[in-house]
Every structure is written in structure tokens, then in C-alpha cells.
Design a protein around this ligand. Structure first.
Ligand code: SAM
Length: 242
């Protein structure tokens, strides 16, 4: 049946995503810097600028991986707590190691779980972030619905994800670069062509800014807006639970 076929593909995606990030966990941070030429750091700072963390806030950082966003959030807030949730145990292990080398270890909780079925009660967090994660989630709308559920009224959603370039000529140039260069770089640097091919395809297949904005609104978020980063190579989406 149509439903059966779709289910198989979805199962395959979740398994593939998990094995991808299990394999790269111990070199994830360095690969991130190399492949993005450090730009992901600038984007995460832009995320923090818009989010403006405040002392005492409780953050849930979904698909938080090795905790990049949570570390930045806690540093800016000055005090508070961050829960990092990820599907891949190996990423959390790397993150915990990072935390133990800092004074922030006590302000962090590491939880394995799925963005589409969060193991938390309703109205539990002040802020929900997901950075370069929702693209990998099998059904992104379900992740957004869950974000809405676990945020308290007055809570804030912030999504950082690759996006589409509004300028068609630029998008074309970017496609040529990404489909031709990125998988080959992945082959050379990480000896892994297929994962970087997946990376590029998942970016191209993810909804554009306006479509994703509609999904944020459909989850119930108010005052939903987005900002492009680097001409739309990435975008931030923000929304409020009121
Ligand atoms: N947020 C980190 C960052 O910005 O550097 C890590 C991003 S990493 C590219 C994507 C992460 O999403 C991986 O650690 C992967 O395990 C996680 N992930 C994928 N699907 C997920 C899901 N359904 N629920 C939770 N985490 C998921």
C-alpha cells in the first residue's frame, strides 16, 4: 500500500540518520568547522542575538548533539539550565565530555530521545531550540507540535536550519557548488561520500523559509517570523507560545 511504502522509507531515514551521527560523533565538532569554514559559529551567535537568553531560563535544546547551542545559551544567560536531547547516544557522550571540561556541567542534562515524542510534560520549558536538527527529523511538523506542547505559555521557539536562497541565480550557483563539491570534500576529509551526499540532498529537500514559517504557525506559534542568514543559506525561525 501507499501507506506501507511511506512507512518503510521513514523507518529507513531514522535509522540512517542515527547511524550517520553515531559514526561521526567523535569528529562532529571538527568536521562542522571544516565543512562550514567556521560559519556555523557565526550563525549560532546570530541565533543567540535574536534569542537574547535571560538569567534563570530553562532551555530544551532538541537534536542538541554535542551541545553547542546549550553552551552558548548558558554562557549568555549567566544562569539557568539546559536540557540537551538527541536521538544519538554518541553525540551526547561527546557533549558530556565537553561539559565536564567546563564549569557548566551542573547546568546541563543530557537525554536521549526523539524530537517527535519528547519525554517531558506539557509547559516545562521557557525556550526550545533546534539547530541543524529538524531537517533530519522524519516528520518535522510533529517535532514543531511537540515543541509547542512542552513550552510554557510565554515560551519561545527558535529554529536554526539550512534554507533556500531567494535569488534563483544564487540558488543555482549554490546547488552546483553543493552537489559537486561537498560530497567530494566529504570523501577526501572524512572518507565518506554518501553522508555528505545525504547532507546536500536533505538541505535541498527541506521546505523554504515561507513554507516552514507556515509549519511553525500550524503548530500554534504566534508572532512567527524568520531571518535569513548568509543570503538564505541558513535561516532562523522564531515563534511564541502565548
Ligand atoms: N544541534 C547541534 C548543532 O547545531 O551543532 C547538532 C546538529 S547535528 C547536524 C543533527 C543532530 O540531530 C544529530 O545529533 C542527530 O542525532 C539529531 N537528530 C536527528 N533526528 C533526530 C530526532 N528525530 N530527534 C532528536 N534528535 C535527532
Amino acid at each position: 500500500t501507499h501507506f506501507g511504502a511511506r512507512t518503510v522509507r521513514e523507518d529507513e531515514k531514522a535509522g540512517m540518520v542515527r547511524s550517520l551521527f553515531s559514526d561521526v560523533a567523535n569528529k562532529y565538532d571538527i568536521m562542522n568547522d571544516v565543512m562550514s569554514m567556521g560559519i556555523h559559529r557565526i550563525w549560532k551567535e546570530a541565533m543567540m542575538d535574536w534569542l537574547a537568553p535571560r538569567p534563570g531560563q530553562k532551555l530544551l535544546d532538541v537534536a542538541g548533539g554535542t551541545g553547542d547551542v546549550s553552551f552558548k545559551f548558558l554562557a549568555r544567560a549567566g544562569s539557568g539550565h539546559a536540557t540537551v536531547l538527541d536521538l544519538t547516544e554518541g553525540m551526547l557522550v561527546e557533549g558530556r565530555k565537553r561539559a565536564e571540561a567546563t564549569s557548566l556541567a551542573d547546568s546541563l542534562t543530557w537525554v536521549s530521545g526523539d524530537a517527535m515524542a519528547l519525554p517531558f510534560e506539557d509547559n516545562s520549558f521557557d525556550v526550545y531550540t533546534i539547530s541543524f536538527g529538524i531537517r533530519n527529523v522524519t516528520r518535522p511538523q510533529e517535532a514543531l507540535n511537540e515543541a509547542y506542547r512542552v513550552l510554557r505559555p510565554g515560551g519561545r521557539l527558535m529554529v536554526l536550519e539550512f534554507s533556500q536562497l531567494p535569488n534563483p541565480a544564487m540558488q543555482k550557483a549554490y546547488d552546483l557548488y553543493s552537489f559537486n563539491v561537498i560530497p567530494r570534500m566529504g570523501q577526501i576529509i572524512a572518507n565518506d561520500y554518501d553522508s555528505y551526499q545525504y547532507l546536500v540532498e536533505s538541505i535541498r529537500n527541506f521546505p523554504d523559509q515561507e513554507t516552514f514559517l507556515g509549519m511553525v504557525r500550524a503548530a500554534g506559534f504566534a508572532n512567527a517570523k524568520y531571518r535569513n542568514l548568509t543570503m538564505g543559506v541558513a535561516a532562523l525561525h522564531s515563534g511564541w507560545k502565548i
